[in-house]
Design a protein around this ligand. Structure first.
Ligand code: ATP
Length: 369
């Protein structure tokens, strides 16, 4: 069961109509958002959309200009950072270079005047959690990037915060290490049963680690949903474009037929059929989105497909496991189709200027608002 699917579950964090202005500039524009206990929640969006500002308000480094932020039952809007059960881990790690790994982890506990034996216990627990027990006596410069990142994580978790904020935590790691660390983070979050909120502009990262994602643009939250729903059912063109690759067709909805609702979209192009189970009227402008991997490329006309469009191979991007075909349609528009290269050398099947058919099922795409 997922916490946000249970209406009885109270949110841990509740942004209520929060606006944040810097002078006359509105960085966050009337945002309401619930984050539940035990969620791994991602704030995703392009640079400048307000992700970090959301985090900084949660941590207490910024106060909302309007609206409220609740943590459990408490309005934390004006609670100073050090009094919040919230910790923030930065991309730069911000470790103390002259202190050992264990001293770095113990730092906050000492400041809070934990008794010595409890500090030792907690530090050991944290070292074991991030698998750095053997490295306790080293200093940060004697560690790899990934290890330093784990020390920073251990330090942020030591005080048992209710909420851990991760601001682009993996930005400094290379791709392989980044992927491994994503799984470590998920593992630790699950083990501790804690709430993590991550800020990232990397959609793959958000899709991998998060149980739910808020897609932001220009100070607003555009869609909040699970990675699957965000990818399969984006609620607008912006989200469809931002997450993954997509083909967009703008047209006009026609009659309902047995094959689906007809969408006319270009002179000389066959109409497209869209699954009938949508609540839209004929004679409306519509925007249809379909992911490249839902579109098949064949040489022969696929008679049993719901949708068939004729085109010519314009370009092929071979990336090993997949090939993306850029297919030019009659009206000059380029359509992307992606095929897995499960069969060896499958991409050699087609070459430039080959005449092909693109086809897809009428349930494969979505209509956007
Ligand atoms: P990035 O991915 O580049 O970090 P972001 O989505 O985290 O971007 P924010 O740092 O939240 O974006 O900034 C949102 C907007 O608010 C930006 O246009 C930024 O310039 C502006 N902003 C942030 N902090 C301040 C500040 N202290 N004073 C004025 N403007 C600010």
């Amino acid at each position: 069961f997922q916490p946000w699917e249970d209406p009885a579950q109270e949110p841990l964090v509740r942004f209520g109509n929060v606006t944040k202005r810097f002078g006359s500039f509105t960085a966050i524009d009337n945002v309401s958002l619930d984050i539940y206990e035990r969620e791994f929640f991602a704030l995703l969006g392009p640079s400048g959309c307000g992700k970090t500002t959301m985090m900084r308000m949660l941590a207490g480094f910024e106060t909302p200009s309007e609206g409220s932020i609740f943590l459990g039952d408490e309005d934390i809007g004006s609670v100073p950072p050090y009094k919040r059960p919230v910790n923030m881990m930065f991309q730069s790690y911000a470790l103390f270079p002259h202190m050992t790994v264990e001293a770095n982890i113990a730092f906050g506990l000492k400041q809070d005047k934990w008794p010595k034996n409890l500090i030792n216990e907690r530090v050991e627990e944290m070292l074991s959690l991030v698998q750095l027990t053997k490295f306790a006596k080293r200093k940060p410069h004697q560690l790899s990037g990934g290890q330093r990142q784990r020390v920073a994580l251990a330090r942020s978790l030591a005080k048992k915060p209710k909420l851990l904020l991760l601001d682009e935590p993996l930005g400094a790691l290379d791709k392989k290490l980044r992927e491994r660390t994503q799984f470590e983070l998920m593992d630790i979050q699950e083990k501790l049963g804690m709430t993590f909120v991550i800020v990232t502009h990397d959609q793959e990262e958000a899709m991998t680690v998060a149980s739910r994602i808020a897609v932001m643009d220009d100070g607003k939250i555009i869609q909040v949903a699970t990675p699957e729903v965000i990818y399969e059912y984006p609620n607008c063109r912006y989200v469809a474009d931002f997450i993954g690759d997509v083909n967009i067709i703008e047209g006009r909805l026609n009659s309902r037929t047995e094959q689906g609702i007809k969408l006319s979209w270009a002179e000389g192009q066959d109409d497209i059929f869209i699954a009938n189970n949508i609540d839209r009227h004929a004679d409306e402008n519509a925007c249809f989105a379909i992911r490249p991997e839902k579109v098949h490329v064949t040489r022969e006309e696929p008679m049993d497909a719901d949708n068939r469009v004729r085109g010519e191979i314009h370009d092929i991007a071979y990336v090993g496991n997949l090939s993306t075909y850029y297919v030019k349609l009659g009206n000059g528009k380029i359509f992307k189709a992606q095929e897995s290269n499960r069969r060896r050398l499958a991409n050699r099947e087609f070459t430039w200027e080959d005449k092909v058919w693109l086809s897809w099922r009428n349930t494969a795409g979505v209509l956007l608002d």
